[in-house]
Design a protein around this ligand. Structure first.
Ligand SMILES: N[C@@H](CCC[C@H](N)C(=O)O)C(=O)O
Length: 289
């Protein structure tokens, strides 16, 4: 099977984007993994599939697969910005604002005059069960009325590593921990341990947050089934939302990732999170699967 694809990125979080609006595309897990493979395939953190709308009130269906595992996931913030750029560039829509349905939500994507994209990411979710996160037996430290959970990283030693995390769902699960200096943070050693921690039944994305000021942070994210990426859109939303709930941040924050800057705005419980950032096409191609 010969497949046309577009390679895109949003702040260095990279994607293979596929058009399944005309005919259904049923790719196997192995085919998805091949598209994501940086040596044997195209190479991407996530594979994004554009499908025709499956309900009234949305323009398209937006499906997301982690490139390393081929598993379908609920949400991808950077990918959603690329989605609207893709449907515009490929003549699938002429509108600047479109609505898409993900597996568990609907998003509004707005192409700005300067080429950046703003996405209404909906409201964050804090109930542990909805991540899912199992806090049974843990005593959180309350900061500004919000929980920080002590996560034993299970190295078996007394006095072993404990990560103190805020848990937030942006449709997909995030654990956020504050670090003094993001460049020195234990992303490579703690990231994989937090990702598969037994208290997160469906695994978790682990964000390492350095607060620079009330309106500026640095962030690195060890993504579920992807490893550390250059940026994670939902991770940026989760980190800012946690930082606001914990009283560290104001309502509009620039998030410096290793691949670029994302601006996140949130006016507190009851409000949607808005994410603004770049969406770039790298090249188009075809691959034999
Ligand atoms: N890069 C993404 C998140 C992709 C999914 C994530 N790895 C997960 O498994 O939840 C983003 O920009 O949000």
């Amino acid at each position: 099977m010969r497949l046309r694809f577009t390679k895109m990125h949003g702040a260095g979080n990279d994607f293979v984007v596929l058009d399944a609006t005309q005919a259904p595309l049923a790719l196997s897990r192995d085919q998805l993994r091949l598209l994501g493979d940086r040596r044997f395939g195209v190479g991407a953190d996530q594979i994004l599939v554009v499908e025709a709308a499956d309900r009234p009130g949305v323009d398209f269906r937006y499906r997301i697969f982690n490139g390393a595992s081929g598993d379908e996931v609920e949400q991808c913030g950077n990918g959603s910005r690329c989605f609207v750029r893709y449907v515009r560039d490929h003549g699938l829509s002429e509108r600047d604002t479109i609505r898409v349905a993900t597996v568990n939500n609907e998003l509004e994507l707005r192409l700005q005059a300067d080429g950046r994209v703003t996405v209404d990411m909906n409201q964050p979710v804090f109930e542990p069960a909805r991540l899912p996160f199992d806090p049974s037996g843990l005593v959180p430290r309350m900061v500004n009325g919000f929980e920080l959970w002590p996560l034993d990283l299970g190295d078996g030693d007394a006095g072993g590593d404990t990560a103190e995390v805020a848990v937030v769902s942006m449709g997909n699960p995030h654990a956020v921990l504050r670090v003094p200096e993001v460049d020195a943070a234990p992303v490579a050693s703690w990231g994989p341990r937090i990702e598969v921690h037994a208290r997160f039944a469906r695994k978790v994305n682990a964000g390492f947050l350095q607060v620079v000021s009330r309106s500026e942070v640095k962030l690195r994210v060890f993504e579920r089934d992807a490893g550390e990426t250059l940026a994670c859109g939902t991770g940026a939303c989760a980190a800012v939302v946690a930082g606001i709930r914990l009283g560290w941040l104001d309502s509009k924050v620039d998030v410096h990732t290793r691949g670029g800057v994302l601006t996140i705005e949130w006016n507190g419980p009851g409000h949607s999170v808005l994410m603004t950032g770049p969406a770039v096409t790298v090249f188009e191609g075809e691959i034999e699967l």
